[in-house]
Design a protein around this ligand. Sequence first.
Ligand SMILES: C[S@@+](CC[C@H](N)C(=O)[O-])C[C@H]1O[C@@H](n2cnc3c(N)ncnc32)[C@H](O)[C@@H]1O
Length: 162
Amino acid sequence: MQLVLFGVVFVLICFAFVVLFGAPYVPTLSPQVKTALDLIDLKKGQTLLELGSGDGRVLRAAAQRGLLAIGYELNPLLVVYSRLTTWKYRKQVRIVWGNFWNVQLPECDGVFVFLLDRYMRRLDQKITKQARGKTKLVSFAFEIPGKRYAKRRGGLFLYLYD
Ligand SMILES: C[S@@+](CC[C@H](N)C(=O)[O-])C[C@H]1O[C@@H](n2cnc3c(N)ncnc32)[C@H](O)[C@@H]1O
């Protein structure tokens, strides 16, 4: 009984503490994952970076399109789960356990995020400062305040950085 209680508390902590650093876990639904990848339009062999990669569904869909994919995820349970569900694509997909605000962005051609309104300005500053070369950003649900998007499809916004 104590073990079950400990397990439940551990799971709750894993999902709850993340809100101190970013958006809580809410997965993007399949139609929006497809639209996001269509919108970002990366070519085979290019790299998609996902900041807050959740259960790995976007990384998996990207790998299925022949992309390389890197995910940063803070929740250790989601890191383990997504490593298992992307195992088949392990040569293309890398999932890093950590806080993406604290790392230098790795080289990539496109970034996908599903965060919260209050993090969008900080994200814009981070990408402007750290992106190497032309980079596309697709944000699900939230716009960058004061920045013009290049395209919009449904609730997805495409931004371009030079
Ligand atoms: C709204 S969910 C989106 C999940 C996934 N991107 C998707 O679209 O299905 C946000 C995810 O970001 C993770 N997250 C939030 N803040 C983070 C941070 N600072 N570093 C790494 N991951 C973070 C959460 O644990 C959660 O899985």
